[in-house]
Design a protein around this ligand. Structure first.
Ligand code: RFL
Ligand code: PHB
Length: 389
């Protein structure tokens, strides 16, 4: 088999890259380890920056999002005493879009079907070769047979546990990491949202987030110790804990119901550099992870794709290699800014076990500063709605 760009991983990064490249006449093959149903069953991100919305429109997959997505003008940050409204629209003129990652991925798979691209599911033992040659190749096992895919370029879109990043020799790779001492327990429930905007709540019982997918589907989270298991959390225990962590007027309106999904995600900040190794480029979670507090994971994957798809079109069609030469540095500049924002939001909104009184005062002062300074709110809003690509 031969293609122009071999894409490892059929999550949002790989599919969006494939969609944009094919629309421009660049051929791709996507190699995905799981089934399509499994990729679509992973409940993850919920908030799209407007730049991501525009990129999805450019990819020709924006129609359902325009119908079913919910634009949000702001969000709330609270602790037990203060409630701060961050009015994105007023502060930046921009909004974000509530539209789940599962919906984005569904739209991308449907669009890939419609233009007839090749997405191979159930691949195993992927290995990447000859990245320093004019033609590279990827080997993989599919339906019991070993296959070889020749290509000009490889896009490593295979997430944090993928093989692409580890193809770069360890001594040539720098990794930066912060692991947080807690996770988020999230549930999906077919109930109406407790508020029309998201509430990030730093209560004395720990962090909670009230998010949503639509007018009858909520995504709520509580901070939990890393040792907790999903089985430790009955629906009743979740609702009791969630309702004591959100502001009391919201708790009074809370409508509960059975959960239809429940999972725990650890929180981590991680960056690998460089993002290019010969003919291979790392994209999305393969290169970086952010804690979900800033809603940046999926959006960073989208900005990586934005930089890379234009660069690959130039390299494959026009012969100019400037874009691919600059990809790593350009993408990393934005990645580090999103790292900083996600880390800051996480530090401001969570209680850390064993933290001292000074740390607690710093958190309080940050929130008070936001409550009283429009400049501080604008800075937060600018980062939340997404820095320019
Ligand atoms: P993905 O979504 O992990 O997709 C990678 C794909 O590659 C496949 N794969 C392989 N395929 C072939 N060969 C191999 N060797 C392979 N190894 C892996 C996998 O099966 C998968 O289909 O990465 P991508 O495309 O870069 O997309 C990134 C986003 O998914 C991610 O940034 C966000 O979902 C992060 N994230 C969240 N972001 C937010 O903005 N808000 C959230 O609320 C939020 N919640 C989450 C999250 C990430 C989570 N993970 C990764 C544990 C919750 C969780 C649980
Ligand atoms: C979500 O809806 O899943 C969500 C929203 C905002 C975040 C994280 C997750 O910061």
């Amino acid at each position: 088999m031969k293609t122009q760009v071999a894409i490892i991983g059929g999550g949002p990064s790989g599919l969006l890259l494939s969609q944009l490249l094919n629309k421009a006449g660049v051929e791709t093959v996507v190699l995905e380890r799981s089934t399509r149903a499994h990729v679509l069953s992973r409940i993850r991100a919920g908030i799209l920056e407007w730049g991501t919305v525009e990129l999805l429109n450019e990819a020709g997959v924006g129609a359902r999002m325009a119908q079913e997505g919910i634009p949000h003008d702001g969000c709330y940050l609270t602790d037990d005493e203060l409630m701060v409204h961050i009015d994105f629209k007023e502060l930046t003129g921009k909004q974000v879009m509530v539209y789940g990652q599962t919906e984005v991925t569904t739209d991308l798979y449907n669009a890939q079907d419609a233009i007839g691209t090749t997405v191979i599911h159930g691949v195993e033992d992927v290995s990447i070769h000859d990245l320093d040659q004019a033609t590279s190749y990827v080997e993989f096992t599919h339906e019991g047979a070993r296959k070889r895919l020749e290509c000009l370029y490889v896009a490593g879109c295979d997430g944090f546990h993928g093989v692409s990043r580890r193809t770069i020799p360890e001594e040539k790779r720098s990794e930066f990491e912060r692991v947080y001492p807690f996770g988020w327990l999230g549930i999906l429930s077919e109930t109406p949202p407790v508020h029309d905007e998201l509430i990030y709540s730093n209560s004395r019982h720990g962090f909670a987030l009230a998010s949503m997918r639509n007018e009858n589907l909520v995504r709520y989270y509580v901070q939990v110790p890393l040792s907790d298991k999903v089985e430790d959390w009955s629906d009743q225990r979740f609702w009791d804990e969630f309702s004591r962590r959100i502001p009391s007027d919201a708790a009074a309106r809370l409508i509960t119901g059975p959960s239809i999904e429940k999972s725990i995600a650890p929180l981590r900040s991680f960056v690998a550099e460089p993002l290019r190794w010969g003919n291979m480029f790392l994209v999305g979670d393969a290169a970086h992870i952010v804690p979900p507090t800033g809603a940046k994971g999926l959006n960073l994957a989208a900005s990586d794709v934005y930089y890379l798809y234009k660069a690959l079109i130039d390299a494959v069609k026009g012969g100019s290699k400037t874009g691919i030469d600059e990809y790593s540095a350009r993408a990393l500049e934005r990645i580090w800014k999103a790292m900083r924002f996600s880390w800051q939001m996480t530090t401001m909104l969570h209680r850390f076990d064993g933290e001292d009184a000074f740390a607690e005062q710093m958190r309080k002062a940050t929130l008070t500063h936001l409550a009283t300074s429009e400049t501080a709110r604008r800075d937060l809003a600018e980062n939340y709605i997404g820095l320019p690509f």
